[in-house]
Design a protein around this ligand. Structure first.
Ligand code: SAH
Length: 251
């Protein structure tokens, strides 16, 4: 059995209980070395084989999984955050299917969730935005034309931009082309939940300068939207004059 595990955003104790159990029982761990906290490997068994996938191709990763399966070993494939977000797990699962190997997926706390906690922010504020857009700028991986930043920006929803910290000048320009005012609130969260985390509050127009002033060019998320501001309506759920299935309105 191969287990894909979300390692969480950084802090070693933000892995799930289930993920940690699998990790502690593993005979082989293949971890995404660029972003997974190596402290998570401290709890692995004596003699556990550890591979850093940063130095491996897809085929090499799958070869380790296939060998592990043949040797009836427990293999954990440890991904940063949650594996469903830019985790490239689909191609691994498809090759495991071809090889007739079973696998399971254990979710993790994605970095955008870890960063929300660091920001002490709520992405879905009544009257501000009820939608969260997770996206990226194109790099070597293309982004479909209909998902261009300018197009997504038109919604003025809460936006979270991954994998783009090295392209903030262009990001800022394209967000503005999509309709965000230059002074729209933005935040850069570098290494959310790691000991060297940095949070920078800025504006859409100032993204590039703000990152440069703080020496940030990777491992950061960009947040854009008025959820970072002060204006919102109170929720209906906790409104004293509003009844629902579990609570009668007070008179
Ligand atoms: N599966 C991961 C994302 C992998 S893509 C997840 O769920 O979080 C890698 C990108 O995620 C980085 O370029 C960066 O934009 C973001 N990222 C990952 N960990 C981060 C962290 N702790 N703080 C800020 N951004 C992070």
């Amino acid at each position: 059995m191969i287990t894909f595990v979300g390692a969480g955003p950084g802090a070693a104790d933000l892995i799930t209980v289930r993920g940690l159990k699998r990790l502690e029982q593993a005979d082989i761990v293949i971890y995404a070395g660029s972003l997974v906290n190596p402290a998570l490997l401290d709890g692995t068994r004596e003699g556990c084989e550890i591979y850093n996938s940063a130095h491996m191709t897809l085929e090499e990763v799958i070869d380790v999984c296939i060998r592990g399966e043949k040797e009836q070993k427990q293999v954990v494939r440890l991904h940063t955050g949650d594996p469903c977000i830019y985790g490239a797990i689909r191609e691994q699962m498809d090759l495991l299917d071809e090889a007739g190997i079973e696998y399971e997926v254990i979710p993790g706390v994605s970095s955008f969730i870890g960063a929300a906690a660091s920001l002490k922010a709520e992405f879905t504020l009544p009257d501000v935005s009820q939608t969260v857009i997770l996206t990226r700028m194109e790099g070597r991986t293309p982004v479909p034309e209909k998902e261009r930043i300018e197009e997504l920006a038109r919604h003025q929803a809460t936006m979270v931009i991954f994998l783009s910290a090295g392209m903030l000048g262009e990001l800022s320009q394209r967000l503005q082309e999509g309709g965000y005012a230059p002074e729209t609130s933005a935040a850069i969260v570098y290494k959310a939940t790691w000991p060297d985390e940095k949070i920078i509050y800025t504006t859409v127009a100032q993204l590039e300068e703000a990152a440069a002033a703080n020496g940030i060019h990777k491992t950061a998320l960009i947040f854009v939207g008025e959820f970072l501001g002060d204006r919102y309506e109170r929720s209906k759920l906790y409104d004293p004059t509003f009844s629902h299935e579990y609570r009668e309105a007070s008179k």
